[in-house]
Design a protein around this ligand. Structure first.
Ligand SMILES: Nc1ncnc2c1ncn2[C@@H]1O[C@H](COP(=O)(O)OP(=O)(O)OP(=O)(O)O)[C@@H](O)[C@H]1O
Length: 280
């Protein structure tokens, strides 16, 4: 498999007041161009840390990330990040937020007319062309996320990194956003890594679901291939046997296999405590 993104033997150790803390240990993941990969795992296992290393915001302690043959050491326009909380500049309109990113990435390579056309095109893609001259405080949470996605897409990154992009939205808005993202993905075939806590979202959107073990020293536990035909329709899939099998595979990983790990470590801790009491 020729990988666009190659994460190999990545460790992440944080210095903390209590000493070094190994958040990630030996993370291996290869992602092909055009793949949509979700990262799922219990809270605190290290999903955002993986994304932050890929984004170049954190430097891995061991191993690392190669994107398109180049080692990643710092943030760059080849990787655009969409966060849970839009991160739009509040004093700029939706149009101006996207325009700023486009100007930063393309500089003088695009004329004024081309910039305008490109900004409008991307806002249209996320169905925000009707409100492009509104500021973030004048639009809803879902609309802000749409603008954040338009801004990321407009940068034409090699890879789109999404950290729970729909996590703060209500269920209905979230479904609309997932459908929009699938439409866009169908058209543009972006390479995407998306963190999610939502099992249905992971199965609906992904080509592969990367399930992470619990931390500390979290790593890739299992990877599930999602070969459901595209375009995918959430209502039809609700009755689909393969969809339901995949869904229960993820649930089993999270609530049986990873819970067991927690139980074992809790049991081990209890035993240790008991022994200490016996010694005392
Ligand atoms: N800058 C940091 N310094 C010290 N520890 C950190 C730092 N960033 C993350 N951690 C720790 O690393 C572990 C992984 O954190 P991370 O935020 O990547 O998890 P996550 O899976 O994204 O969690 P969530 O799903 O709750 O967002 C946690 O134990 C966290 O406390």
């Amino acid at each position: 498999m020729s990988a666009l993104l190659d994460i190999s033997q990545m460790d992440m150790v944080f210095d903390t007041p209590k000493g070094p803390f190994t958040a990630l240990k030996g993370v291996d993941l290869k992602i092909k161009k055009g793949e949509f990969v979700s990262l799922i795992g219990h809270s605190g296992c290290g999903k955002s840390t993986v994304l932050n290393v890929v984004a170049g915001l954190y430097q891995a302690s061991q191993g690392g990330v190669v994107l398109n043959g180049k080692e990643v050491n710092e943030p760059g326009p080849d990787r655009a990040v969409v966060f849970q909380n839009h991160s739009l500049l509040p004093w700029l309109t939706a149009y101006e937020n996207v325009e700023l990113a486009v100007k930063q990435v393309f500089g003088k390579a695009k004329s004024r007319a081309e910039v305008k056309e490109w900004v409008e095109h991307n806002l249209k893609l996320v169905h925000m062309d009707h409100a492009m001259h509104k500021r973030p405080d004048e639009i809803s949470g879902g609309m802000k996320q749409r603008v954040g996605i338009a801004r990321a897409l407009a940068m034409q990154p090699e890879i789109l990194l999404m950290d729970e992009p729909f996590g703060a939205l209500d269920a209905l808005t979230r479904s609309h956003m997932q459908d929009s993202l699938m439409e866009i993905q169908n058209e543009l075939n972006n390479t995407v890594i998306m963190i999610t806590h939502d099992v249905d979202e992971a199965v609906l959107l992904s080509d592969r679901i990367v399930m992470m073990t619990n931390g500390p020293a979290a790593t890739v536990g299992e990877i599930l291939d999602v070969t459901l035909e595209r375009p995918r329709d959430r209502l039809a899939l609700a009755e689909d046997a393969e969809y339901n099998r995949l869904r229960s595979e993820v649930l089993k990983f999270l609530y049986e296999k990873q819970r067991k790990v927690e139980h074992i470590s809790k049991a081990a801790a209890a035993k240790k405590e008991q022994k200490a009491e016996e010694v005392a």
